[in-house]
Design a binder for this molecule. Structure first.
Ligand code: AMP
Ligand code: MG
Length: 486
């Protein structure tokens, strides 16, 4: 079926055409009773979509894959991946579709993608569908991340399908319409390598460079250049997560993008009390993806990426390993530099502050936060008040003595309070508020979701009436648990 002219969007099919080996042509399930729940108007505008048209029946058809332009060739993408360290040769989009690519205002390609659109040949045991709660969860958390300045996939819309989804109980079903720089994953490369076709890997490298790192197009060794660029992008990304207290929860290699965007918001959460051992996902029993392990896991995932590139880096395996290892060796420095510079911003210090003073100051602060289990986000935001001469923040600590000693050293470096307020958010998607909003939405009331979204999509500007969005969870909320694949 073709689209009415007012909703017609140009949807390319570059990936589908260039990589038939990595894609299965597929269509979304029929959703005759689909109803739009949330539409991201600023993002729609950024993509050149007509918002009013997206709200029509045809528009909702586009957002659910039920009415696609004739130019488009929707596919389920194939990928492999290490899940919790174990390799799965065939994962792929079990409940997702790449509708096609849109050219954005800057001339770049953005994927238009669906999640929860029905089972594909990669569904394995899954039903191919998604429930309203988890899709709204990805919407609010990815949009919060974007507002916090973290590279991420975006959420364009969530549409209720009108169908029930069987989980522990029957839940209302939904489709998330997602926008991403691409859906190339480390797992995409792992799948390509497993085909044994070196030319496919070479084409994939060229495609990734062209889409994400075009300045490297003429690199002497494209695979090595791509590896270096992805290492830098992932080091910067994971540093941003760590600075914000974000726990991704499933850092499997199929959830690691080549673009350096955060992807697949499943059991993720923002940490309340500072603790590197924080784990929220109910299936992460060993704490593999605990908050403090994320940089290490990022490095491990990049080593898996490097392995996929070896044959195209150099025909001499020893030489290829040596070159790849040199690149991987840079990850720690790149990560540490990004984290350190972000921490200086959080503390209102200039980028050229004396490292002999700032390094121990940072290490001591991390110890202090850990021992006192103070709320991470609230602490940094309230620290700017201390820089402005307000002593109230010390009340966050049961024993304020060590904090007083620390803050004396810090104040002696003349922190810039305004700079701190631009780096430390007031509003993050607090776990208890996310749950509250999703429970209400599942029961048909979207208002709490909309309020939460409004708070977290302008995270740095403190506004009257939003105080509860700035508070940690009450004790009664208890330990937080999140669930995957829901
Ligand atoms: P995720 O945990 O969302 O990154 O998904 C891991 C893999 O499981 C991917 O291949 C997904 O497509 C697949 N998957 C997750 N949930 C479902 C579902 N309900 N139906 C089919 N496949 C699914
Ligand atoms: Mg995934």
């Amino acid at each position: 079926m073709s689209l009415a002219p007012q909703t017609a969007v140009d949807l390319g099919s570059r990936f589908a055409r260039e990589f038939p080996e990595l894609a299965v042509p597929w269509a979304a399930a029929d959703f005759p009773d689909a109803r739009l729940l949330v539409l991201n108007e600023p993002l729609a505008a950024e993509l050149g979509f007509d918002q009013a048209a997206l709200r029509t029946r045809e528009g909702v058809g586009l957002l659910t894959g039920n009415l696609v332009p004739e130019t488009a060739a929707p596919v389920a993408q194939a990928y492999a991946g290490h899940q919790f360290g174990g390799y799965s040769p065939r994962l792929g989009d079990g409940r997702a579709l790449l509708l096609g690519e849109v050219t954005d205002a800057d001339g770049g390609l953005r994927d238009l993608h669906l999640k929860g659109s029905g089972p594909t040949p990669f569904a394995r045991g899954g039903d191919g569908f998604a429930a309203v709660g988890p899709m709204l969860r990805e919407y609010v958390i990815s949009e919060a991340m974007h507002a916090l300045g973290v590279p991420t996939t975006r959420a364009l819309a969530v549409t209720a399908t009108g169908l029930g989804v069987q989980r522990d109980t029957v839940l209302p079903g939904a489709v998330l319409t997602r926008v991403a720089a691409s859906h190339l994953r480390v797992g995409t490369f792992q799948y390509a390598v497993a085909t044994g076709d070196d030319d496919l890997v070479r084409r994939l490298v060229a495609h990734a460079v062209d889409r994400h790192y075009p300045h490297l197009t003429d690199a002497e060794n494209p695979s090595l250049a791509l590896l270096g660029a992805v290492i830098d992008a992932q080091a910067a990304l994971i540093a941003r997560w760590m600075l914000l207290g974000f726990v991704h929860g499933v850092m499997n290699t199929d959830n690691v993008t080549i673009s350096g965007e955060t992807i697949d918001y499943g059991p993720c959460a923002f940490m309340d009390a500072f603790d590197p051992a924080s784990v929220y996902s109910s299936i992460d029993r060993q704490g593999r993806y605990a908050f403090g392990r994320q940089p290490l896991i990022g490095e491990w995932n990049l080593a898996r990426f490097a392995e996929t590139l070896l044959t195209t880096i150099d025909p001499d395996t020893d030489r290829a390993i040596e070159l790849a290892q040199d690149e991987l060796g840079r990850f720690r420095d790149a990560y540490n530099a990004a984290w350190f510079s972000g921490m200086l911003d959080k503390l209102g210090m200039p980028a050229d502050a004396d490292q002999e003073l700032t390094t121990p100051l940072l290490t001591d602060l991390i110890d202090l936060l850990h021992i006192s289990r103070v709320d991470y986000t609230g602490f940094f935001r309230r620290l700017s008040a201390v820089a402005r001469g307000d002593a109230g923040t010390r009340a966050l600590f049961a024993d304020p003595g060590p904090f007083d000693l620390w803050s004396e050293r810090w104040l002696a470096l003349a922190p810039d309070a305004d700079k701190m307020d631009a780096a430390n958010p007031v509003y993050i998607p607090r776990n208890h508020l996310v749950e509250e909003a999703l429970d209400a939405a599942t029961a048909g009331d979207l208002q709490p979701f909309e309020q939460l979204l409004e708070a977290v999509t302008s995270p740095f500007a403190e506004r009257p009436g939003l105080q509860r969005y700035a508070e940690p969870a009450p004790d009664a909320f208890g330990p937080y648990r999140t669930f995957c694949g829901t």
